[in-house]
Design a protein around this ligand. Sequence first.
Ligand code: ZN
Length: 635
Amino acid sequence: MTYNNTNGVSSRAPQINKNNIQENKNPDIKNTTIKKPFKKKSFFKKKNNFGKRKSLGTHETAFKLKPAKNKNPNIIDDKIRILTIGGFEEVGRNMFAVESKDSIYIFDVGFQFTSEDETPGIDYTLPNIQYLAENKHKIKAIIITHGHLDHIGGIPFLMTELGNPPIYTRELTALLIKKRMEEFPHIPKIKINLVEPGDQIKIGDFSFEFFNVTHSIPDCIGISMKTKFGNIVISGDLKLAHKDGVPIEREQTTWSKVGSEKNVLMISDSTNCENSGWSIQEPLIHENVENYIKNAPSRIIIATFASQFERMFAFIRSAENLGKKIILEGRSIKSNMEIAKIAGYYTPKKDTVINVADIDKYGSDKIVIICSGGQGEEFAALPRMSRGDHKYVKLNNRDTVILSSSVIPGNELAVRNLKDQLLRHDVKLITYKTSDVHSTGHGNAEELGWILRKSKPTFFVPGYGYHSMLKEHKRIAVEIGNVEENNVIVPDNGTVIEISSPTDVKVLPFKVPSSPILVDGYSVSDIKKTVIADRKLLSKEGFVNIIVLINIGKRKLQKSPDILSRGFIYLRESQNLLSETRKLVTQLAEQEIENAGGGKIDIDKLKEKIYEKLELLFLQKTNKKPILIPVVLVV
Ligand SMILES: [Zn+2]
């Protein structure tokens, strides 16, 4: 470890050298000028190309919100409301807002990756901004706590609807937002103002003070929003840098200062509150992995999250110190290292990083590969290596593979498959379960309690987590954090909390819209529950389409009904069921023609009957309930 603070995670380790940014010779970023924090309009004046990939289309034009049915009662006098829009019933999709009579301030604009089981075909979900969009004239600012996608991922989709208000955040977060925006070239330029811990700024009628928090990506901020009732403290995602359960001096200073002011309410991260004690510290991870790098008999391949900047830097430094070469594999890893260079965080020594095509020019014991794909993502570097699909890296039983990451909920099966594939090459596999090679970015119970004891808020709102996590955080707040039980509010998404005085904070009897917005391929829309339900049914039961053609002149079936199916049963090998189906449908149709006499045939009734009878038949014969689509045509 070469940086001084004992934490190595949150505080930006090497100081950003602003000159580096402007003198950078990278032709892609030479036009990006980042000046001293604050008072700048935007540093996104010119286009650059790093991280460039094909456009994802025109999401923003497809996004239309329906008008609200119920208007919320207006805010009276100088009361303040907190609108918990997303991230209070899930991990991800983080967004909430603070509203006064004349202004709205938004904190984070995240998205949530969705699972194929829950929402098949849906890429991710966004917070519901309907209320905010309808009141966009009041929006004064968006403040982003840090650069993880569950805090910035919604920006490209939602900025236009929000009226493109200015964003306030720290430098790395700004660079990550900018990189993402390049995938959406049709969206108007966004304005970002840089802030730093210690800055106090006024936006509209309110003042904001920013402070440093520790998490798993650099440049995280917590925020104290000053109101006449006391400060509203917003933690963002966080943990504590500590030594054996004693927070380091930097944390002590930061949180003593936060607690020295009158804090009416705090919203804080619940992600890891179900873990007792104190979290594992990042430097231990660096040390352990360094030992593996030192002692590996041959190549060492480390998969980690690309946003774990300081961990990547630590691994590269270890390799440098041990005279080894580094190969970076994976788009996100390469592009984040590029950002690290641009921001002046870290540039590896010349010749340390080699091209993967040159892998055979060095002894196998000189090679360290840092790659993406630890979550089993199909096309990422490590899964390709595991399947033997990687052009240059063919695994063998002398290789050591480290998964320096936890398993994100929903990825369990993909990670299981990855491990199985890796072990078919008999590599030495090391995971966070067998060794300390990954540490979380979120504080455990004791850390969260300590933070509350230090900040001393009168009211507490657990955030960033599932309901069960929020409830557990409530317990911690009361038992460890010294918060009055009656003063802990556990909201749902959409809850409106009103602050009327330093001692009067309550949940109002109405909500703002909060059902998630879906990003489905190129379209962004309100949730369509029936579409999702159909997709689930299709994936489990398949569908059957029956086409009945009636010759109205002859008053009989033109031909035997057509039956098409997908994902149900293989009809060609189920001739009995097929002929039984045809027979049944023919009977029903003939009966309906007969019932009509010479009059009009009731097509809807016939479709309904076909539906009912076939549903029963298929259930009896196959124990399945496919989606049935009867079509009756009259010629
Ligand atoms: Zn985070």
